[in-house]
Ligand binder design. Sequence first.
Ligand SMILES: *Cc1c(COP(=O)(O)O)cnc(C)c1O
Length: 223
Amino acid sequence: MSIADKFLEVSSTIPSDVKLVAVSKTKPNEDILEVYSTGHKIFGENKVQDLVRKKEELPDDIEWHFIGHLQSNKVKYIAPFVSLIHAVDSLKLLRTINKEGKKINRDIPCLLQFHVADEDTKFGLSFEEAVDILESAEYKEMDFVNITGIMGMATFTDSEGQVRDEFSTLKDIFEKLKDRFYETDDSFKEISMGMSEDYLIAIEEGSTMVRVGSNIFGSRNYY
Ligand SMILES: *Cc1c(COP(=O)(O)O)cnc(C)c1O
């Protein structure tokens, strides 16, 4: 099956109100253009260098999402064009995003990343850490970051029950933050959860945005 056909197959399993981020990390421009030719415009990358290069080489109307762990010193390279930074997990990173946004007068959309999986290698905040950030005077003065929701990853496990519980925890976190900090702010609306192995479960648990790579582009050799 061609990449375009695989994309269409995945896309047909996703309700129209859930956004699909085609995760193109490690994949060449030709592969991305195959998916783009179906009319799809949202792609995700997890390395700053690759994202910047692909942005330059590929059509201008692609919405690029940064889905990986972002180092503060690299924010400046993507700040001018990135459509969404998925994985903000510290006040320090938020501070840098705000600073870079201010330099170019651009409001930068971000998601807060939460740690709900068993593995301690996965980045992310606890609920309490997020509350501390959102209550801080410093955050309240940041005019160039726009937190539009949250993001998380489930444990890599065969246990569907565990994955479902972790997604349900993310949905709870979203609801609590919405009530406490964003009740009147309609831009806080995204729950980015679900990857190739678990996106159907994530959607059942309330995902508004899934990040699917290998089911579309085939397996990767690295990253
Ligand atoms: C690689 C990656 C994905 C996509 O993973 P697949 O299993 O290939 O669908 C989604 N989210 C993040 C954060 C990733 O790094």
